[in-house]
Design a protein around this ligand. Structure first.
Ligand SMILES: Nc1ncnc2c1ncn2[C@@H]1O[C@H](COP(=O)(O)OP(=O)(O)OP(=O)(O)O)[C@@H](O)[C@H]1O
Ligand SMILES: Cc1ncc(CO)c(N)n1
Ligand SMILES: [Mg+2]
Length: 566
């Protein structure tokens, strides 16, 4: 480990990183973005985005390998909420959701509720000074990344919380402004509204009201349509939180579960099919805790909300058969059936759209032609500056072997590995995700199989396909062929215009593909769409004698352009 006052520029593959120790991160003022007090180190990318150093094994300037795996920080959420004796919502839901998302969760209990599937039979608030004592116990000792609030039943408790948070600042604050349970019982009365609005909301990184709560915060405004939800999100954003998620679980006559996320610049309409189930008690608490969990892992807010929503949807789907209690709303299952999904507490590599910068797609025929193994090809591409790798077309048996070997190399260098088409191979080797074409398994089905956090890319040629990719939960779009190519037979060329049309039509990040190389990469970038994040290449890297040299040349061209920087 580098010395405590060490600050240096590291070169990893062709990327430059700054290695900052905790001392320096504080000194540099990065603590607002990332809580680093017991992180051994953080990596700050050249472009400025900050990442926790989860899987680090990197080459230091002097040549020694830093391996911090054993000192990895556990992501930590503190929930400040009420207990639900039925254990579907409140503290109990938060603990289960965080456990399912593999994040540590500590608890400050604000109230006890006697509650079941019928409704809330009683509430007993925890005395204010004892809430303060619990907060201090946790925050003064444990390294909390994110505080998530649920039921805050009195003005005194809200004020105590705000005061304590000013004393012990954390990386992020997720506020679920719980007021009324779905059964209609009051959990926090109207008297707390003004303190919520004046003190708590302005401190929040995100607030997650349901329709009734959004209406209560907005003086009884009627909310019945998705447009109303957008207006509410904008008005709530004016009250100070950085992000607003208006949840539409209770939207009448909607076949989809629609939520609106607004960050002050963009609206994101997040849709998932409405799961027909009685077991939906606690969805709100679980969603907010899952958002907190993903933010604690280092996800940006939009990704955190998307992953959290997918998790709630999957859990609802898996809970349809549960039969607990006699009331109208049963609890859902956070853990039991979800265990089949990846057990990792850290994603090896949270998806960052800038990873699409130089996207290398391997090709077994070309490797054969040039007498190199796929492993050598991947190593050379990464050494040349490739930022993401997609492994393509091989027989299953070889594919598994080579995918595992490539994964090790990729992860050593912080480069994600995606598998082309084969969701089964991606699952079997725990790759970072898949890329599917229009005639492959639909992205929505791939998402169900892969779980909420894996990366899914979809090939799209039209705005309609791009829209479907978003609806299906894809993370990025591959658009092309931009130019004619020999790699893919009978592939329709969309040209620069087609590429631009798809970029303009979608909020998803886009990588351009098809006939791109050193000579024309610049022209591709110059279409200047802010969501065009990079180029994907096959022949220009792998149908050449020296993969590393070709990758490096392309890397230089891309660096010289303004790709992804707008
Ligand atoms: N039947 C459903 N199918 C799919 N998603 C749903 C369903 N019901 C709710 N959701 C989703 O669950 C999340 C929580 O939303 P909801 O509106 O239910 O919150 P809430 O009313 O605060 O929940 P709670 O029941 O815990 O009070 C949202 O992302 C919403 O879209
Ligand atoms: C304790 C508690 N918190 C939150 C909710 C909202 O679902 C609930 N029903 N109970
Ligand atoms: Mg609800």
């Amino acid at each position: 480990m580098a010395s405590a006052t060490f600050l240096s520029t590291l070169s990893l593959a062709n990327k430059n990183y700054l290695l900052l120790t905790p001392t320096h991160a504080y000194a540099k003022g990065y603590t607002n973005n990332f809580r680093v007090s017991n992180l051994p180190s953080i990596v700050v990318r050249k472009e400025g985005s900050v990442r926790s150093q989860g899987f680090v094994a990197m080459q230091e300037k002097g040549g020694s390998t830093l391996s911090d795996d054993s000192r990895r920080k556990t992501p930590h959420v503190l929930t400040v909420a009420g207990s639900d004796s039925g254990a579907g919502a409140g503290i109990q839901a938060d603990l289960k959701a965080c456990a399912a998302r593999r994040v540590y969760c500590s608890t400050v209990i604000t109230a006890l509720t006697a509650q079941n599937t019928v409704g809330v039979q009683g509430v007993s608030n925890v005395p204010e000074d004892f809430v303060a004592q619990q907060l201090k116990s946790v925050l003064s000792d444990m390294q909390v990344d994110v505080v998530k609030t649920g039921m805050l039943p009195s003005v005194g408790i809200v004020k105590t919380l705000c005061k304590t948070l000013r004393e012990f600042p954390v990386h992020a604050l997720v506020v679920d402004p719980v007021m009324v349970s779905t059964s209609g019982d009051v959990l926090a009365g109207p008297s707390i509204l003004s303190t919520f609005l004046e003190e708590l909301l302005p401190m929040a990184d995100i607030i997650t009201p349901n329709l009734k709560e959004a209406s209560a915060l907005l003086n009884g405004m009627q909310l019945e349509t998705v447009d109303d939800m957008r207006s509410a999100a904008r008005l709530l954003h004016n009250m100070g939180p950085k992000n607003v998620l208006v949840k539409g679980g209770d939207l009448p006559d909607s076949s989809d579960a629609v939520d609106i996320l607004y960050n002050g610049h963009n609206f994101y309409e997040l849709r998932s099919p409405r799961i027909r189930t009685r077991n939906s008690h606690g969805t709100g608490c679980s969603l907010a805790s899952s958002i907190a969990a993903e933010v604690a892992k280092g996800y940006p807010m939009l990704s955190a909300v998307k992953v959290a929503k997918r998790f709630v949807e999957t859990a609802l789907d898996y809970s349809k058969e549960i039969d607990i209690g006699n009331g109208p709303q049963g609890p859902f299952d956070h853990l039991l059936r979800l265990k089949s999904h990846s057990q990792a507490s850290h994603r090896q590599q949270p998806f960052d759209p800038s990873d699409l910068f130089l996207y290398a797609v391997t090709d077994s025929r070309m490797n054969k032609r040039w007498g190199r193994s796929i492993i050598d090809a991947v190593k050379a591409a990464i050494d040349g500056g490739a930022t993401i790798i997609q492994e393509k077309d091989a027989e299953t048996k070889d594919f598994m072997e080579s995918a595992k070997a490539c994964l090790r190399i990729c992860h050593l260098h912080g480069v994600p590995l995606l598998i082309n088409d084969r969701v089964d191979v991606a699952i079997a080797c725990d790759a970072d995700g898949v890329h599917v074409g229009q005639s492959d398994m639909p992205a929505r089905v791939a998402r169900t199989l892969l779980g909420p956090e894996k990366i899914i890319g979809v090939s799209c040629k039209t705005p309609e396909q791009a829209e479907q990719a978003w609806v299906d939960g894809a993370d990025y779009i591959g658009c092309g062929g931009v130019y004619p190519t020999n790699t893919k037979e009978n592939n329709i060329t969309v040209g620069l215009n087609g590429l631009k049309t798809v970029c303009m039509a979608s909020k998803l990040p886009v990588v351009a593909i098809g006939g791109i190389g050193v000579s024309n990469a610049r022209a591709v970038m110059e279409i200047c769409a802010s969501n065009l994040k990079g180029v994907a290449v096959v022949s220009a890297l792998f149908d050449r004698e020296c993969v590393q040299t070709e990758t490096r040349k392309l890397h230089e061209v891309l660096l010289g352009s303004n790709i992804g920087s707008t």
